[in-house]
Ligand binder design. Structure first.
Ligand code: HEM
Length: 149
């Protein structure tokens, strides 16, 4: 198994990066939809269309891409030579990834509130929230590429 993973290391890493990009694209776009949704009148055609867009983005891209990022990331961890000292970068990276996964869960909770017409937040709130995923992603990429500690 370890030999197989080592042989396919670059292929798995490419797959990992493809799913990371897909997950991040969805995490960046979903709160943008909430900005428009917060201004739409409940019951209007726009409100209903945004509900459908958010649900499809979550089911077709956001959640599958997160799961496949995790699966490919765990396979990379199993490649011989990856989990060797210094390992601070991987602990820091995984902590930030857990925050991203929690943010993913919160976005789904807010989507459900929109669906039941119970959104509590303003457009400004969603604009601010929209900065979280890009910031975390920047730190994760520097950590994993530079492995500073
Ligand atoms: C459970 C989730 C994840 C795990 C277990 C994981 C683990 C890994 C491992 C072990 C590597 C290989 C490092 C190396 O080749 O030295 C890697 C590469 C990479 N990961 Fe992740 N990762 C996860 C999620 C993410 C996320 C969310 C992002 C971005 C936001 C990300 C971005 C990257 C990038 C850009 C690389 C390529 C680094 C390079 O080639 O130097 N990963 N990941």
């Amino acid at each position: 198994m370890k030999e197989y993973l080592a042989h396919h290391y670059l292929f798995i890493k490419s797959v990992h990066i493809i799913f990371v990009i897909s997950w991040m694209a969805a995490l960046f776009y979903q709160p943008r939809l909430y900005v428009y949704h917060a201004a739409a009148t409940p019951g209007s055609e726009l409100y209903a269309t945004l509900c459908i867009m958010e649900k499809r983005l979550t089911r077709i891209i956001m959640t599958p891409a997160m799961l496949l990022t995790f699966v490919s990331g765990i396979l990379l961890l199993m490649v011989p030579g990856i989990l060797v000292s210094p390992m601070g970068w991987i602990h820091a990276k995984l902590s930030l990834v857990m925050i991203l996964a929690g943010y993913h869960g919160i976005l789904i909770r807010w989507m459900k509130l929109f669906q039941s017409e119970k959104n509590k937040h303003s457009q400004r709130f969603y604009r601010l929230i929209n900065e979280i995923a890009p910031l975390l992603m920047i730190f994760v990429v520097f950590l994993v590429v530079m492995k500073p500690f």
